[in-house]
Ligand binder design. Structure first.
Ligand code: UD1
Ligand code: CA
Length: 457
């Protein structure tokens, strides 16, 4: 058995009020349609067919997954849409039909449908709703056997009372699907080719329909507006937050964390409110993260404390470091254990070895900083000459006085000391003291300026 997934994504999404096709709008920074593609992939699907129409070129250009595309140039109905995908399917395939604007269906739920499919059985995902208005209703006989689906607009008054509705998600053999789709027409109120019509036809031919319900109603919630998109975003985020807490992580408020990628966190780590995690972030045990941090594609080792308002991008932070508040680690920052990076410090493409400190108002770029180094407040590595970047090397045990400029390329040897306010333009050897100083001049009895009175203005 080979599983193929057909994802309908041709609709315009008028209510999004967007130049971008609906299925490209994002949940957790991933286009909705990619959520569906990834769920399909996790079921072991051997192929995914995306039926595209509105904004087809944008969809092709944006979707980063390997899928086959078919274009439905005119949206003549869901049945017509699936028909477009038939040439991409083998008769023997099991086909799962899903929707590019229904991003949160769990793979386990989809898997239940797939498992039910046979040459004589179709599987359908349904939900029972208090307010079923607008949805196709599931019509059953008195014994509970599914007879078919009737759309809202085609339903009788009696049928409209049914509150079990069609989610649209179904699974069937490709051969069965192809045969049944060949028989549907658009003889209905909307003059569309309804995918839902295949169920009545199947039952008429002696086939059966089994149904499943999702564990959660949000699994089948579709997005038609930015409001609904925001609702699903919150649900998605809260689910991830709950998973973290279940795994032994303390979240100061599980409603105020955003994970836009893949975050793993070790036990007894604590995350304060309003932190955003992007891309792949790995955080070890006993890490504390203060409020309002933005952390992208980074590894944070055990015991490290990251204080409020810190930004970390493409960086590696060793064990027991202290970072922030208001620190910025730019791509290529690599800190060894016990490093201290304080407020208003920017580190870029630099390694900082064990126990070194850059505590205040400094820029360290394109540098190799040894162990046990102390870099005073306001120190700048002048790494850019306007055309090229140059390296700064600060060896173990160096002390750099405050407000120093290190004009790269330059090497400060082991245990050297640089006096405060120096501009260092050549190598300093091990154990040397280096400094540059303008002489201090003084003027006695300096007449301080006096503030003008208002009337004199
Ligand atoms: C459909 C179902 C209805 C179900 C509801 C669940 C049919 C006939 N009806 O109704 O039973 O309760 O979904 O939300 O299937 N699409 C295409 N090409 C088309 C038409 C639709 O790609 O020609 C895509 C749309 O972009 C959308 C999805 O299919 O993502 C559903 O289409 P829509 O027109 O919204 O179906 P509903 O009328 O809501
Ligand atoms: Ca719909």
């Amino acid at each position: 058995m080979s599983l193929k997934v057909v994802i309908l994504a041709a609709g315009k999404g008028t209510r999004m009020k967007s130049a971008m096709p609906k299925v490209l709008h994002r949940v957790a920074h991933k286009p909705m349609v990619e959520h569906v593609i990834d769920a399909a992939a996790s079921l072991g699907a051997s192929g995914t067919v995306l039926v595209i129409g509105h904004g087809a070129d944008q969809v092709r250009a944006t979707v980063s997954r390997q899928v086959d595309y078919v274009e439905q140039t005119e949206q003549l109905g869901t049945g017509h849409a699936v028909q477009q995908a038939m040439p991409m399917l083998d008769a023997d395939d099991t086909v799962l039909v899903a929707y590019g604007d229904v991003p949160l269906t769990k793979p386990e739920t989809l898997g239940k449908l797939v498992d039910d499919v046979s040459a004589s059985n179709l599987a359908l995902l349904t939900v029972v709703m208090d307010e079923p208005h607008g949805y196709g209703r599931i019509v059953r006989d008195t014994g509970g056997k599914v007879l078919g689906i009737v759309e809202q607009k085609d339903a009788t008054g009696e049928q409209l009372k049914i509150n079990e509705v069609n989610t649209g998600i179904l699974a069937a053999k490709a051969s069965v699907l192809g045969e049944l789709l060949g028989k549907i027409d658009n003889n209905n109120v909307q003059q569309e080719y309804y995918l839902t019509d295949i169920f009545e036809l199947a039952v008429g031919q002696g086939m059966t329909v089994t149904t499943h319900n999702p564990d959660y109603e949000w699994e089948t919630a579709g997005v038609n507006s930015r409001l609904q998109l925001a609702e699903l975003e919150r649900i998605y985020q809260r689910n991830q937050a709950d998973d973290l807490m279940t795994a032994g992580v303390t979240l100061r408020d599980p409603n105020r964390i955003d994970i836009r990628g893949k975050l793993t966190v070790g036990q007894d780590s604590i995350i304060d409110v309003n932190c955003i995690f992007e891309g792949v972030v790995n955080i070890a045990e006993n890490v504390t993260i203060g409020s309002n941090c933005l952390i992208s594609n980074a590894t944070i080792e055990a015991g490290t404390v990251i204080k409020a308002n810190t930004v970390i991008e493409d960086s590696i932070v060793g064990e027991n470091c202290t970072i922030g508040p208001f620190a910025r680690l730019r791509p290529g920052a690599e800190l060894a254990e016990d490093a201290h990076i304080g407020n208003f410090v920017e580190i870029k493409k630099s390694t900082i070895a064990k126990g070194s400190k850059v505590n205040h108002l400094s820029y360290v770029g394109d540098s190799t900083v040894g162990a046990g180094v102390n870099i005073g407040a306001g120190t700048i590595t002048c790494n850019y000459d306007g055309a090229n970047k140059h390296q700064t090397v600060i060896e173990d045990g160096v002390f750099i006085g405050s407000c120093t400029q290190l004009v790269a390329p330059v090497v400060i040897g082991e245990n050297a000391v640089v006096g405060a306010g120096s501009t260092i333009t050549k190598a300093v050897d091990a154990n040397q003291l280096a400094f540059t100083r303008a002489a201090v001049k003084t003027v006695d009895n300096w007449p301080r300026p006096v503030k003008k009175q208002k009337s004199e203005k």
